[in-house]
Ligand binder design. Structure first.
Ligand code: PEP
Length: 238
């Protein structure tokens, strides 16, 4: 079954707005990832959708100002944790940190949504260069685990830019990722596409056999748009 992740990033402004948005997005096969301060309120509202977090730290407690542990998230009934989003990597998150986060999420019995994707200077060199970049990110983040994992292929240049990748290339990358993980880790994963998914292009991404869903940022803040993307998931799941 295909899934769609709503990554609200640092939105909305108030708990009230968060609860309203959560009610509008509370559908099966949806994972809602609000900012930390709204997890509890949103978790209380969701009946069909599943709760996700946007990040987590790899140590369970202690003197780590500003960090949030996987155990703290688990207590709020979080099931999925986005790890290695390019917006976090841009803040200095390294492959080594991403790996520790994936391990911590797995150790707590939750599912990581591991984000990978090449920046524009790499893609400019061609699709083969993009595949090499993504392969390096995957090997750096994974330690041979066969635990449940979702990979989100998110070309950095497509995130929030209005310039989505083509569904054909996103599907080719998804096949490449699946093959690599089977061969290297005997691990079978779902691969999502993320990067400027809108109601206009969602159907094309979601009907691609290799793609198991979408990670949606901007459009997940617009309930009308997001509802259309959910309809595209429902069509693809028939
Ligand atoms: C994202 O947040 O990972 C994302 C893909 O954002 P957008 O849909 O706005 O490009």
């Amino acid at each position: 079954m295909k899934v769609v992740v709503a990554n609200w990033k640092m939105n909305p402004a108030t708990p009230r707005e968060a609860v309203k948005l959560a009610r509008a997005e509370d559908k099966l096969k949806v994972i809602v990832a609000p900012p930390f301060p709204f997890l509890e309120d949103v978790g209380r509202v969701l009946k069909r959708a599943t709760l996700g977090a946007q990040d987590a730290f790899w140590i369970s407690r202690g003197a780590y100002t500003g960090e949030v542990s996987v155990q703290q998230l688990k207590r709020l009934r979080v099931s999925y944790v986005i790890v290695g989003h390019s917006e976090r990597r841009a803040q200095g998150e390294t492959n080594g940190m991403v790996r520790k986060k994936v391990e911590a999420v797995h150790a707590a019995g939750l599912t990581p949504i591991l984000c990978v994707g090449e920046p524009w200077p790499v893609r400019k060199k061609g699709f083969a260069a993009a595949k090499r970049y993504v392969a390096r990110q995957l090997h750096a983040a994974l330690s041979g685990t066969r635990k449940k994992l979702i990979v989100a292929y998110e070309p950095v240049w497509a995130i929030g830019s209005g310039k989505a990748d083509s569904p054909a290339e996103a599907a080719e990358m998804a096949d490449f990722i699946k093959e690599l993980l089977i061969v290297s880790y005997r691990s079978s994963v779902k691969v999502l596409y993320g990067g400027s998914v809108t109601p206009r292009n969602a159907r094309a991404f979601l009907k691609a056999r290799a793609l198991d869903g979408a990670l949606v940022g901007g459009a997940s803040l617009r309930p009308r748009d997001f509802t259309k993307i959910i309809s595209a998931i429902n069509v693809a799941n028939r």
